[in-house]
Design a protein around this ligand. Sequence first.
Ligand SMILES: *Cc1c(COP(=O)(O)O)cnc(C)c1O
Length: 469
Amino acid sequence: MFSPERQAIMQNKEIPYKIYLREDEIPRQWYNVRADMKNKPAPLVDPDTMKPITIEKLSTVFCRELAEQELDDTTPYIDIPEELISFYKMYRPAPLVRAYCLEKELGTPAHIYYKFEGNNTSGSHKLNSAIAQAYYAKKQGLKGVTTETGAGQWGTALSMACSYFGLDCKVFMVKVSYEQKPFRREVMRTYGASVTPSPSETTEVGRKILAEHPGTGGSLGCAISEAVEAAMRSGGEYRYVLGSVLNQVLLHQTIIGLETKAALDKYNVKPDIIIGCAGGGSNLGGLISPFMGEKLRGEADYRIIAVEPASCPSLTRGKYVYDFCDTGRICPMAKMYTLGSNFIPSSSHAGGLRYHGMSSVLSQLYDDKLMEAVSVEQTSVFAAAVQFARVEGILPAPESSHAIRVAIDEALKCKETGEEKTIVFGLTGTGYFDMFAYERFNNGEMSDYIPTDEEIAKYAATLPEQPKF
Ligand SMILES: *Cc1c(COP(=O)(O)O)cnc(C)c1O
């Protein structure tokens, strides 16, 4: 089934099962893909003036240096501070794995690689940006940061990052997750974060929601509102931080793509297809940035595929307009593919992908037809996760398994056509805290949910008035 050349490569293990870079090969700069985009992502808009937001105003929301990164559309490379490189060395470089076992299982001539970002205690790529955001907050002399967490990965990453820099970390965790994922909560507390189930009595908005809906399990939107309020009432000592969507987060995540490219370059491997799951777009944006840069500069061509859940299909069924990034409507407005900031996705087992919008960088690239998007249903995602776990050994996060699903589908197409395509996908994290989801799948109790056109239209009708400038 494999070509003789291919068999020789496999026998000689010319390309190892894992390509590791050396520590001194960790990228020293993040790559800002916006610098190479002809059509820049639309600017953030200040909802008070309905004009592009100024750096002064943005600096009241984010740390100064993060605000600068957020608005910088022109500097191609931005230095990674030395203190961050030291932290990255705890768990980076992350391996690029050649999925020989999965290839064999599928009987495909395709070459499959995955970049594994689950190799740290928080269990996902989110630590790459959490540590950068904590660093700049510390450098600016803040006492701490506040945030929300739903599935728990972001809160865990941020608590690890804050403990490293001695910052206070206040996490508002959606109450149902708080109760369903007690171990996530304890990991955060072990790293010194305070974790409050949301809605809570500690904020005005929390008390209001509790009075109106006693016994509610909470929502991400509500947890964001509480985290924002806690930061706003701190007298400037705390800032609210976000784990995805923003340009700065995507920038920090480019370490994923830069390492991936460096590892592939060592063996002269050029991917044909690059695949990643997309919630707010940070891991996908980070993975594809250096490859997209080549594509934008006309140096190479790649097929790039964003994979989203059918239950929360912002790229494939959303509108490309200005919308709020947060349900609390505190952050500036971003032009992005969105389902509407009050879109309530059905309960889904890929909590990290339940975001109403998409990074404005990825939205622009998608609108310019420089990348594709597909949506996949939950049960087929878990089928792929289980197939992958049994041969590759890693227990994947449900979010990451969206990318696995499409990587397997593409590899099976190669099996039909006999093409030896090279497929690279992002394996963003591990699924140890998602065993309720695996249990439902294993019991055959998992169902799929796809919003109807009426539901999509209902939320689209609530999109805010569009800025004109
Ligand atoms: C949060 C999360 C995602 C999705 O977030 P992006 O910003 O779209 O990358 C994907 N995988 C895992 C494991 C996550 O925790």
